[in-house]
Design a protein around this ligand. Structure first.
Ligand code: HXC
Length: 257
C-alpha cells in the first residue's frame, strides 16, 4: 500500500486506516481509492476487526479528488475509468467506519467522510464541496448526502458557492457527531469505536445496515427490513449472551457468533 497505512491492532478490535499523501493534502487519486477499497474489504473479512477508523492527518483529512489526475480527462476517459464503482464498494462495507477528521475535508474528501457512518472532528476541521469553483460539481454523493445531512438550503449554498463550513457549523448542522481539540480527535474517535467494539459485531452490522436502509427506501419497507434483521439476531449466540448477561447482572462477552 503506497498511499494508505493500515494498522489492524490500533486498539482491541479496532483497525485504523490513515490516508497517506500528506504533501498533496491526501488528494484522492485512483490508486489511493483502490487501496482503500481493498483494505476495507480485507478488514470487513477479518474477525479480529469490529470497527474501522478512517483518518488523514492534522492538516487534511482529504482535499478532494486529485485535480491534477482529472484535469486533462474527457468524458469517455472518466466513463472508462469508472471510479465510482470503487466508491460503491467502499459504501458496501459492513463494519462501522468512523471518520476522524482534522483540517480539510473537501470535495471527494467531504464525500468520503460522509460515506463513513460517523464523523469525529477536530476544532480545525473544514468541510466543503468546492467543485463548483473548478467548473464541475460533486460526483461521489455530495449533492445527496450533504443535502440529507444539512437540509436543502445549506447544502445548496455550499454546493453552489463552494464555501467551507467549520467544525462548529458542521456540528450545528448535524454533519458531525462531536468536536474535540485537535490533539484529541483520534483518541476521541478511538473511544467511540471502543464503545461499539464492545457490542455484538453481528448486531452492530445488522443495525448499521438497517439505519443505512432508511436512506434508500420508504418507511414501510424500512420497517420490514429492520424487523427481518431483528428476528435474524435471535439466531446468534451473542443474543443469548447479551440477554443472559442482563438477567445474571454481569457484563456480556460478545464473540461475534
Ligand atoms: C490535487 C491537490 C489537491 C487536490 C491540494 N493539492 N488539493 N492536488 N488535487 N484536490 C495539492 C496542491 O496542488 C499543493 O501541491 C499541495 O496539495 C498543497 O496545497 P496548497 O493549495 O498549496 O495548500 P493551501 O494554500 O493551504 O490550500 C489548501 C486548499 C487548496 C484550500 C485545500 O489546496 C485547495 O483548494 N485544494 C483543492 C480543493 C478542491 O477543489 N477539492 C475538490 C476537488 S474535485 P503543489 O505540488 O502544487 O504545491 C473533487 C471531485 C469529487 O473532489 C468527485 C470524484 C471523487
Amino acid at each position: 500500500m503506497e498511499f494508505i497505512k493500515v494498522t489492524k491492532d490500533h486498539a482491541p478490535y479496532i483497525a485504523l486506516i490513515e490516508l497517506n499523501r500528506p504533501k498533496e493534502l491526501n488528494a484522492l487519486n485512483l490508486q489511493l481509492m483502490g487501496e482503500l477499497r481493498d483494505a476495507l474489504k480485507e478488514l470487513d473479512n477479518d474477525d479480529n476487526v469490529r470497527v474501522i477508523i478512517l483518518t488523514g492527518n492534522e492538516r487534511a483529512f482529504a482535499a478532494g479528488a486529485d485535480i491534477k489526475q482529472m484535469a486533462g480527462k474527457g468524458t469517455i476517459d472518466m466513463w472508462k475509468v469508472d471510479q465510482f464503482s470503487t466508491w460503491d464498494q467502499i459504501n458496501k462495507t459492513r463494519k462501522p467506519i468512523i471518520a476522524a477528521v482534522s483540517g480539510f475535508a473537501l470535495g471527494g474528501g467531504c464525500e468520503l467522510a460522509m460515506t463513513c457512518d460517523m464523523i469525529v472532528a477536530s476544532e480545525t476541521a473544514q468541510f466543503g464541496q468546492p467543485e463548483i469553483k473548478i467548473g464541475v460539481m460533486p460526483g461521489a454523493g455530495g449533492t445527496q448526502r450533504l443535502t440529507k445531512a444539512l437540509g436543502k438550503a445549506k447544502a445548496m449554498e455550499l454546493v453552489l458557492t463552494g464555501k467551507f463550513i467549520d467544525a462548529e457549523e458542521a456540528l450545528r448542522y448535524k454533519l458531525v457527531n462531536k468536536i474535540v481539540p485537535v490533539e484529541l480527535y483520534l483518541e476521541e474517535a478511538t473511544k467511540l469505536a471502543s464503545e461499539i467494539a464492545a457490542m455484538s459485531p453481528i448486531a452492530v452490522q445488522m443495525a448499521k445496515e438497517s439505519v443505512k436502509r432508511s436512506f434508500e427506501v420508504h418507511l414501510e419497507e424500512g420497517l420490514h427490513f429492520e424487523r427481518k434483521n431483528f428476528y435474524m439476531l435471535f439466531a446468534s449466540e451473542d443474543q443469548k449472551e447479551g440477554m443472559n448477561a442482563f438477567v445474571e447482572k454481569r457484563k456480556p462477552d460478545f464473540k461475534g457468533r
